[in-house]
Design a protein around this ligand. Structure first.
Ligand SMILES: Cc1cc2nc3c(=O)[nH]c(=O)nc-3n(C[C@H](O)[C@H](O)[C@H](O)COP(=O)(O)OP(=O)(O)OC[C@H]3O[C@@H](n4cnc5c(N)ncnc54)[C@H](O)[C@@H]3O)c2cc1C
Length: 401
């Protein structure tokens, strides 16, 4: 019997399978993942799992589906798919027939194409990466992190707290430039500097020198940073190769419509980091959103929508979530709602409460509409500012209709 196959057994895939099971769909649900484990949570990998040496059980994700309703297949890759025939081909030679498909295959880290030794250069995406990182850390003192995005900054904070000497190297002039903007990024950098993190910004690494292991990272301006361990945190590539040959736009993740479906067929949906979809609450531009909360929300939406469609033919309304992320760096809790990255004009980015070198709330406006907020601290105010973004978007939609 052709049921639903969910490819990618992590946060988005698990939440989709759970929601489909809860919708009462009875055609059979198979969740296929290429990692050897049960699904687990990635955010702790750069934070508490590293700081507190947590084991796998502490980060395991639990299913909310009734036992027996979702069959989990781990350690097996989806090799290819024929959407027209409804057949998924697995790396162990098995074929799975399906009437509905959820693509939840996420991202993998990019590596820099620069000269580097064969050992002592790592990335962080999986539990295995964390285990490798921990064992590498046992013998080093100086760590260079290439990349000043979320993961680079979180690792810089965690490793500094663990007593390592950390340098962050990146081409931007402040860390987390895209999601925070220049002023708040600069304030975050001052916080890291006070805690002892060194920054080599506005430069590109050109080589990681060392015989068998790294000794230093050399940059294009002639500067160099001593390091016996280098972590590459330079962005990611979407895991979409298994979907090739089906006429899809896979140029940056899986291009979806506003109902997360792809290939022009409501029975095929993408969720989580790999889905590129328009959020009509903001605009019609399809974007990938690499946030934990979006993996949860897209998963829940897709499972429910697919259940409705396959059980009763009912088409769900468009998916218009409020994107949200958090990041923990030193004692700072950074929270964001909306899409602050839509705003690049500095005059549209304003402090709403507090001050940049302490607890602060920053608002990001586009044509007078509050499209995003970032809170550093102010934990008790996050619902208020989330609601403010939602109200502003609604008012703008009302005015333009
Ligand atoms: C270190 C780290 C820290 C983070 N911290 C935060 C944070 O503080 N706040 C926040 O909002 N977000 C954070 N995130 C982002 C968040 O974890 C992701 O948005 C979320 O994991 C996305 O879930 P996903 O299910 O879409 O993809 P993933 O979690 O990447 O899962 C995709 C799964 O599919 C599998 N797969 C890939 N190809 C195939 C195939 N062909 N066949 C079968 N399986 C396949 C992969 O191995 C993987 O198991 C962090 C991410 C990382 C890596």
């Amino acid at each position: 019997m052709a049921g639903v196959v969910v490819v990618g057994a992590s946060l988005g895939g698990l939440r989709a399978a759970d929601a489909l099971a809860r919708s009462g769909y009875s055609g059979g649900i198979t969740l296929v993942g290429d990692e050897p484990h049960q699904p687990y949570n990635r955010p702790p990998l750069s934070k508490e799992a590293l700081l507190e040496a947590q084991d796998f059980d502490a980060i395991r994700l639990r299913s909310s589906a009734k036992p027996g309703t979702v069959s989990l297949v781990t350690g097996v890759r989806a090799a290819s798919v024929d959407l027209g025939r409804g057949l998924l081909f697995l790396s162990d030679g098995r074929e799975l027939a399906f009437e509905g498909l959820v693509a939840a295959t996420g991202l993998r880290p990019r590596a820099l194409g620069i000269p580097k030794p064969s050992a002592g250069v790592v990335v962080l995406r999986t539990y295995e990466d964390l285990v490798r990182l921990r064992s590498e850390l046992a013998t080093v003192k100086d760590v260079a992190i290439i990349g000043a995005g979320f993961i680079g900054c979180e690792l810089a904070a965690s490793l500094t707290q663990l007593g390592y000497r950390v340098s962050v190297i990146a081409p931007e002039n402040v860390p987390m430039l895209r999601p925070l903007g220049e002023e708040l990024g600069a304030a975050l950098m001052r916080h890291h500097l006070r805690a002892g993190v060194a920054f080599g910004l506005e430069r590109l690494p050109v080589a990681i020198e060392g015989c068998e292991r790294p000794e230093r990272v050399v940059c294009n301006d002639g500067s160099s940073f001593e390091a016996q361990l280098v972590i590459e945190a330079v962005g990611s590539a979407a895991n979409t190769e298994w979907l090739e040959g089906n006429g899809l736009d896979l140029s940056d993740g899986i291009l979806c419509d506003e109902r997360l479906s792809f290939g022009g067929d409501g029975r095929f949906l993408a969720v989580g980091d790999v889905a590129r979809f328009p959020n009509l609450a903001f605009d019609a531009v399809p974007r990938r959103v690499e946030h934990w909360g979006i993996a949860v929300d897209t998963g829940r939406y897709a499972g429910k929508a697919l259940g409705r469609l396959l059980s009763s033919g009912e088409v769900s309304p468009a998916f218009t979530p409020m994107p949200a992320f958090w990041s923990d760096q030193f004692e700072l809790r950074i929270q964001s709602f909306g899409i602050p990255g839509l705003v690049t004009d500095a005059s549209e980015i304003r402090v709403l409460e507090g001050d940049l070198d302490g607890e602060v709330v920053v608002g990001y406006h586009r044509d007078g509409t509050l499209v995003g907020v970032v809170l550093v601290g102010f934990a008790q105010s996050h619902m208020k500012y989330r609601a403010a973004v939602a109200e502003s978007l609604e008012a703008a939609a009302g005015a333009s209709s």
